[in-house]
Design a protein around this ligand. Structure first.
Ligand SMILES: Nc1ncnc2c1ncn2[C@@H]1O[C@H](COP(=O)(O)OP(=O)(O)OP(=O)(O)O)[C@@H](O)[C@H]1O
Length: 277
């Protein structure tokens, strides 16, 4: 199923473009589903500004959006994900999901000057649709721009408010191009995990906690990693503080270079072993 991932800063015109695309594809006799973040927020009874200041609520909604998108996939319809999609890792997860299902995908970046987006926001009605200044600024800060060189953001279409949407280019990318062949990295079932960052946090914490526990019990040398058969680390040179620092460094690194979820334990242990030599 062709998937269009819309992304853009708050109030940049994402829903406006989603509707434009929907009309275009419906005219082309396609069945279209728009999966909307704002609708999910409303359904869950969250207030927009509070929602974006609570990462666990955001994580919950991201999980729902992703499963909704994956559920709606069929070979001939079009699914449009109308959401901020500001996290690079989340866009990567969506890419892996659609690729694993042998679907084409493109990204539509609804680009805008930040002051103009704020003006759009101020003119919005009803009030409940408006972002507060703090929320708007925080989301602009957090926004991870899509980049053409990232395979998960590509093909990338960019549209500013005054420009016409390249509907024909998007249609062609979705229906004339073959989907990328699934490979080892995208066939991985664990990519159905609703939140990569959550898994990353939990797995690395479990590993480091296990090592610290063993260290505190007086273990020395190469020890097996609790809960991860086959993995071991030489803790001779490791201090508790160092292990915690290395974990934080690894989390930062992974946000820029997300590995497959199932590879996290092995890659993290490898990172620890190399760093502790
Ligand atoms: N090209 C445009 N020219 C003028 N006004 C626009 C344009 N695009 C959107 N708007 C207006 O800006 C406001 C926000 O638009 P829209 O809801 O499409 O943004 P959004 O990015 O989906 O917002 P959100 O971040 O809340 O999801 C609306 O009032 C809309 O009418």
């Amino acid at each position: 199923m062709p998937l269009v991932v819309i992304t853009g800063v708050p109030s940049s015109g994402k829903t406006t473009r989603a509707n434009e695309l929907k009309q275009f594809f419906e005219k082309n006799k396609k069945q279209v589903f728009v999966v909307s973040e704002n609708e999910q927020i409303t359904k869950a009874n969250f207030e927009k500004n509070q929602f974006y200041s609570d990462s666990s609520k955001e994580k919950h909604i991201r999980g729902l959006l992703k499963s909704e998108v994956l559920k709606l996939m069929t070979p001939n319809n079009v699914v449009i994900l109308d959401a901020l999609n500001y996290i690079k890792g989340f866009r990567y997860e969506l890419y892996c999901g659609s690729k694993a299902n042998k679907n084409t995908q493109c990204t539509l970046h609804v680009e805008i000057n930040r002051d103009e987006a704020w003006t759009f926001n101020e003119n919005r009605t009803p009030e409940s649709e408006k972002y507060s200044r703090d929320t708007f600024d925080a989301l602009v800060m957090r926004y991870e721009e899509p980049e053409r060189k990232n395979r998960w953001d590509s093909p990338l279409f960019v549209v500013f408010p005054q420009q016409d949407l390249n509907t024909e280019g998007i249609r062609s990318a979705l229906f004339d191009e073959a989907p990328p062949p699934p490979n080892m990295s995208t066939q991985n079932p664990s990519l159905n995990s609703t939140n990569f960052l959550y898994d990353l946090d939990q797995v690395t914490k479990k590993i480091v906690d296990g090592l610290i526990r063993n260290k505190n019990m007086g273990q020395k040398g190469v020890i097996n990693v609790d809960g991860f058969p086959g993995l071991s680390v030489d803790i001779s040179n490791a201090t508790v503080q160092q292990l915690m620092i290395l974990r934080r460094q690894y989390l930062t690194y992974c946000k820029m270079h997300p590995p497959e979820t199932r590879q996290i334990p092995q890659l993290f242990v490898q990172y620890l072993s190399t760093s502790l030599q």
